[in-house]
Write a protein that binds this ligand. Structure first.
Ligand SMILES: Nc1nc2c(c(=O)[nH]1)N[C@@H](CNc1ccc(C(=O)N[C@@H](CCC(=O)N[C@@H](CCC(=O)N[C@@H](CCC(=O)O)C(=O)O)C(=O)O)C(=O)O)cc1)CN2
Ligand SMILES: [Zn+2]
Length: 758
């Protein structure tokens, strides 16, 4: 059996691509230097994969920002507003990714969305009626040739036409069907070029096949590929799916002329059953995704080997594959020098997954594999009892009952009490929590971590930042203030570091979007709170002002979704454990005089199962309850806020209302406020702050722009329920643009209040 992966991380083991790109954005290095860094990283990846014994090595999994954006440029799906700037190709690409504000113009970035159920974000291709879809870039061919020059015939990876057209946004009158001819021509041309270059395989990623598919979807998919595969000219085509199973179209894809099909055996609950029931065509290669590409635990060889033997017994031509691209896990354990081996031996990052693939291959190919040291060591690892069990926590979770999930009095009563309590102006202004994490903040945190500065000095520094931040917000004239979150490296990692049962890593960076990365903490054992985590900072901030300061916490579902979860207990159980810990913090904040507490559930929507039939039972039933558990114990006058990013929650709007928060802020600006109609139609009762400008771009919104957003909101949401805020935290922004943007926000709000006599 051969081995394969679907894609590899590309940001660099020490985030070299991030640092080089950010230097390039600041005009500190030339394009050529950025290109050199990128090439060096690609070569390192290639060498590592080659040396590991991997048989199918991907190319074109590299990207300067995002693979979907690359595909849009490949297919000439680039809105005129970027082309008209007259920038170099690289700068035009970055303008689409990040927006551009400079001497050549002022344009917003493309929309950004969550990539399926991951914490990775892709750029949404935008198609209008003038879009001429055609092959117009060389990157996949250049990267194939580059690898070939380094002695490796790679499998180029490109997002497939179905997924591309499904995820694109159509802003004119045309729909995906209108692009059938052009997109099939483009892919046929791509195939032609790879044939000329001597490629053997082409991998087309079609993760959209794991979502619910209608008859029309299936037919559209079928006709796209019937046409493309008629023209494959001897090139072998692998249809690669991931993040679930392909139950809606399994028979159709088996009937098409693919040479290989990649299926996910980890998240694809029905993958095995599909094969059992329908068989697998003997003229195709099955790329069996048996090594988890999303989590960092070691593979259980006993189970994997059993599965692979089963496929072998069916005479299926199988390649051992990962379940998805390794983009979603860190590079290598080699850089985890502080973490004890007790933990590390259970971990496997991207580079260790390559070793695992090779070991599994060896085991499968060995008659008497039960005595292989690789196999016996793995069996031993999985038979060991793990530390981290806390029976007290387990008992608390078991004892939970309906009343623990219910806040009283009901929303409408609380709303009245709170209006009286806070006496805020109509359209209250606030921010989402974090203020710019400038380099002095990061450096001080780094020095404290390395014990180069004392705890006293660290606290002094943080308090001075908080004081500065409070003064700034008062000067700007915001109504509800925040402390700024300067003490947090990240809204999830910080809580991971504070909570018992969690472990955290040193260099385990995973790309989240563009140059931005996260270090997800690892749920190791049962979770509990050893001591207050945020009370000191929040009460200090509140002591400096008469205005209310929001206590700032991350909710249980988000903490869990942005961690590497355990695989030995259910997500529900972990979420309830975390919820109990955060609940203690909420009650401590309240007892210390904090009157408004924001509990961010930025990632609540993210892990909504990809198939609708799984939404309630598998997720919402416990996710919403976990949130309610956190705040059900507070007084009626305590105001609970929550925040969500990239809120594509039209279809779960009732569940969001059911979280029973008093106020919710969310992202709306990048998706043109489309959610407002849904809020109106569904009579959303929670007060709302749909972000009035996009914080993911350095662009400063004008007063007029913000006013027009507010007016649009006022046409759909009652002025009694509307809050005015940016659409997410400000940590990634610089000071200057932040101050200017917030000043514009307050000015716009005041003008609107006046114009409407509010
Ligand atoms: N977990 C998570 N997921 C999320 C979000 C989020 O906030 N958190 N937001 C949404 C968008 N995603 C985002 C992801 C990352 C960042 C982000 O700003 N990341 C930072 C890193 C944040 C961090 O952990 N920083 C640490 C470590 C900083 C660091 O690099 N330190 C240097 C040394 C310090 C220096 O001299 O700068 C080092 O370790 O080498 C800290 O501040 O303490 C980055 O990539 O630049 C923002 C948004 C969705 N998903
Ligand atoms: Zn957010």
């Amino acid at each position: 059996m051969k081995t394969s992966i679907i894609g590899y991380p590309r940001i660099g083991k020490l985030r070299e691509l991030k640092f080089a790109s950010e230097k390039y954005f600041r005009n500190e290095i030339a394009q050529s230097e950025l290109f050199d860094t990128a090439k060096k990283l690609r070569t390192e990846n290639l060498t590592e994969q080659k040396n590991s014994g991997l048989d199918f090595i991907p190319s074109n999994d590299f990207s300067f920002y995002d693979g979907m954006l690359d595909t849009a440029f490949l297919l000439n799906v680039v809105p005129d507003r970027y082309k008209n700037l007259g920038l170099s190709p690289l700068d035009e690409y970055f303008a689409a990714a990040r927006g551009y504000q400079g001497e050549k113009g002022d344009v917003k970035a493309l929309a950004m969305k969550k990539w399926f159920n991951t914490n990775y974000h892709y750029m949404v291709p935008e198609i209008d009626d003038n879009t001429v879809l055609k092959l117009s870039d060389n990157k996949p061919f250049e990267l194939f040739t580059e690898a070939l020059d380094n002695g490796v015939k790679t499998t180029p990876v490109i997002i497939g036409p179905y997924t591309f057209l499904e995820l694109a946004r159509y802003i004119g009158t045309k729909t995906k069907e209108n692009f059938f001819g052009n997109i099939t021509d483009a892919y046929i041309q791509i195939i032609g070029k790879f044939v000329t270059l001597g490629a053997e395989w082409l991998q087309l990623d079609e993760p959209c096949l794991v979502k619910d598919m209608s008859r029309e979807n299936i037919e559209f998919f079928n006709s796209l590929y019937t046409k493309i595969l008629e023209n494959k000219n001897g090139l072998k085509i692998r249809l690669q799916t991931y993040f679930g199973d392909v139950r809606d179209c399994y028979k159709e894809i088996c009937a098409l002329d693919f040479d290989g099909i990649g299926l996910d055996f980890i998240e694809g609950k029905k993958t095995h059953e599909l094969i059992e029931k329908n068989g697998f065509p003997c003229d195709k290669v099955l790329f069996a995704g048996v090594v988890n590409g999303k989590n960092i635990w070691r593979n259980n060889y006993e189970k994997t080997v059993e599965l692979l033997k089963n496929l072998q017994n069916k005479s299926i031509n199988t390649v051992i594959n990962t379940s998805c691209s390794l983009l979603h896990i860190p590079y290598t354990l080699k850089n985890e020098v502080k973490l004890s081996d007790t933990y590390k031996k259970h971990f496997s990052y991207a580079s260790e997954k390559l070793v695992e693939l090779n070991e599994i291959k060896k085991i499968i190919e060995t008659e008497d594999y039960c005595n292989l040291p690789e196999y016996t060591a793995n069996i031993k690892l999985f038979s060991e009892e793990r530390s981290g069990c806390n029976t007290n926590v387990k008992e608390k979770v078991n004892a939970l009952s309906e009343k623990d999930f219910t806040r009283l009095p009901v929303f409408s009563e609380r709303e009245k009490i709170q209006k009286e309590e806070f006496k805020l102006p109509l359209l209250p202004t606030t921010t989402i929590g974090s203020f710019p994490q400038t380099s002095d903040v990061r450096q001080t945190r780094a020095s404290y971590k390395k014990a180069n500065i004392s705890e006293t000095d660290y606290e002094k520094f943080m308090k001075s930042k908080i004081a500065e931040c409070i003064e700034l917000q008062e000067n700007i004239g915001l109504d509800v203030l925040v402390h700024g979150e300067f003490e947090r490296n990240d809204m999830v990692e910080y809580f991971g570091e504070c909570l018992d049962g969690y472990i955290f890593t040193e260099k385990a960076w995973v790309q989240s979007y563009g140059t931005r990365c996260v270090k997800p903490p690892v749920v190791w054992g049962d979770i509990s709170r050893a001591k207050p985590m945020t009370v000191k900072w929040s009460t200090y901030a509140q002591s400096l002002t008469e205005k209310p300061v929001k206590g700032m916490l991350t909710g249980p579902v988000t903490i869990l979704n942005w961690s590497f979860p355990r695989e030995d207990i259910s997500l529900k159980e972990s979420a309830y454990q975390i919820a109990l810990a955060i609940r203690e913090e909420v009650l401590d904040l309240e007892a210390s005089g904090i009157k408004i507490i924001q509990i961010d559930e930025a990632a609540l929507r993210e892990k909504l199962p990809l198939r609708k039939c799984d939404w309630n039972k598998e997720y919402l039933d416990w996710a919403i309850k976990a949130f309610r558990l956190v705040h059900s114990g507070v007084k009626s006058e305590t105001q609970i806020h929550t925040h969500m990013c990239y809120s594509e929650f039209a279809d779960i709007i009732e569940d969001i209302d059911n979280m029973d928060a008093d106020v919710i802020t969310f992202e709306a600006s990048r998706s043109d406020l489309t959610l407002l109609d849904v809020l109106k139609a569904k009579k959303f009762r929670t007060e709302v702050g749909p972000g009035v400008y996009d914080i993911h771009s350095p662009r400063i919104p004008t007063v007029e722009e913000i006013k027009s957003a507010i007016n649009k909101m006022l046409s759909k949401v009652s002025y009694n329920k509307l809050w005015i805020n940016p659409d997410c935290g400000l940590k990634t922004r610089g000071n200057e643009e932040t101050v200017q943007s917030l000043k514009n926000l307050v000015k716009a709000t005041k003008e609107i209040r006046e114009e409407n006599n509010l």
